[in-house]
Design a protein around this ligand. Sequence first.
Ligand SMILES: [Zn+2]
Length: 647
Amino acid sequence: MRAAFKVPERFDYRALGLKVGLEIHQQLNTRFKLFCNCATSIVGDESLKESPSFTRFLRVTRSELGEIDVAAAFEFQRQRVFEYITPIGASCLVELDEEPPHPLNREAIAIAIAIARAMNSMIVDEVHVMRKIVIDGSNTTGFQRTAIIALGGYIVDEEGPIGIQTIALEEDAARKISEGSNIVTYSLDRLGIPLIEISTAPDIRTPQQARRVAEKIGLMLRLTGKVKRGIGTIRQDLNLSIEGSPKIEVKGVQRLELIPKVIEEEVRRLVGLRMIQEELSRRGVTEDEIVVQRPIEITDIVTNSRSRIILEVIRGGGRAYALKLPKFSGILGVELQHNRRFGTELADYARQWAGVKGIIHSDELPAYGIDEDMAKDISKTLGVGELDAFVIIVDTPDKALRALDVVKRRCIDALKGIPKETRGANEDGTTRYLRPQPGAARMYPETDVPPTRIVDTLLREAEKFIPPSIDEKLHRLEKIYGLSRELANQLLQSEYLSIYEEVVELYGIDPRLMAAIFTSLVGELRKEGIDIGVFEDRHIHMLARAVKELGLDKDSVKIAIVTLYQNPSIDYPTYISLLSRHRVSEEEVRRVVRIKIEENIDEILKRGDKAFQYIMGRVMAELRGRVDGKIVAAIVREELLRVAKSG
Ligand SMILES: [Zn+2]
């Protein structure tokens, strides 16, 4: 890979003038959805298969001022079909957009008020629902409903207060099931689940501080006891800028740990783009000399390629085109993020705007079955010199030409520095181009939902959801449940806190055992590839009930969790009988103890008082996980006593 220069990886973020704002979206655990009386739960794969579905196209609508949003226009030109699955009980005519929305869910408003109180935010007198244009098909209406509940406020960070801009209620979008190039399938179970959206001011200055603030807000939300847990129930977006750059939005950071990494990678990209701008200016590249470039067909040249992918596309009627990028040599190979180069940025644009699979660029050749000779042939055809670069796209002629036009525009933007973009967070902490940033034309009032006045009764309803302070909560966990400070702290950081309290109270289980299950045991199992993040509340209730009824100890709980993990659609009686089949009766324990004593009688006599540990170890090696250790200990004691007396 040719690269004109290397972009540094570490920065003094304060010196760069880094400013980060967070947008945290958390699903609320309300009984009903935000605008209808459907359940707020996600259905399993099996009921998804049995649910009816329908398809729709979406169209761009003009805002009240008659403008068309750039982001909306972007989606529209992709001309995709959307299929919606409508799970029974979890969707109704409101999600289908066949019935007007019901008034705003009061419970959700009350929870949002409670959170606003905890963040010193000013609650509005009247809640007005707005429509925010969303044309990626994730809303059947073509917009997302959102309502501001409170404005302003702050939370305290060790480096100073972080401002809160708005606290809003939003309807969650439909759940994406699959995505092809022309059709996207969504399930409507998630559409309309209440989300609380907390937007902070851009007061955050370092990647680590961003994580700390996100953690703090997340904990505050959990302490209301009214938020959902599990994969996909909390999503973090961030916006960031450095001195002189536009504000970049990054969507969909799923894990908190990833926040600092995403910021580091994104800052590196911004610095890199600025270095590219400087380098291009030094080389004297002008907009005009890029504009005049025309794509040239090179199908004849690449037909001799050994690349099966290229040949397959050509055999299917596709063609190859190349575009010269004057004085861009080494620029496309510049690494902007881990394993992502300026060429990758161009590929993102080509993919998003023209639907091509990817691009090939001269800085990475020879590669993809294009050898040095072929690259030279292409260079000659294009009139490419030492300092120039080129991009190849192999696809249907209309897509390939559209994609090259997009590539050209992106290269012109490189002369101007950093484009204003909405990006998506990748699993590894890098980011990818998603779409242009929506403009102000994006919001307009929802006339189907009447405003809700925040009356005194609502404020009183909110009282019970106001989150306690961390110290109060820790103290309560220590005092009521007898947990150590360390265990209480771990539980507080886990997403199982509220369901923990629920099941301990409901089934009267040993609080320390249950706390150990939700902290160390869950961590242990995750390392073995068993993530109980997929468990719904009913699974946790089944597990807790089994712990109580069968008197499971920690080893047997592990087996009970694995059993449930492997049979998620099992009912409680079947679950119990599966677990019992595995359990060992007291008679069986006694039989094993007697055999072990008999086998080791010499050792027992030799060890005297210390024989207990020895036998216990042997018996548990055989029965671990299938019986409570306390029962085994009692029987071993009895049996040893009998031997001692008879001996
Ligand atoms: Zn509904």
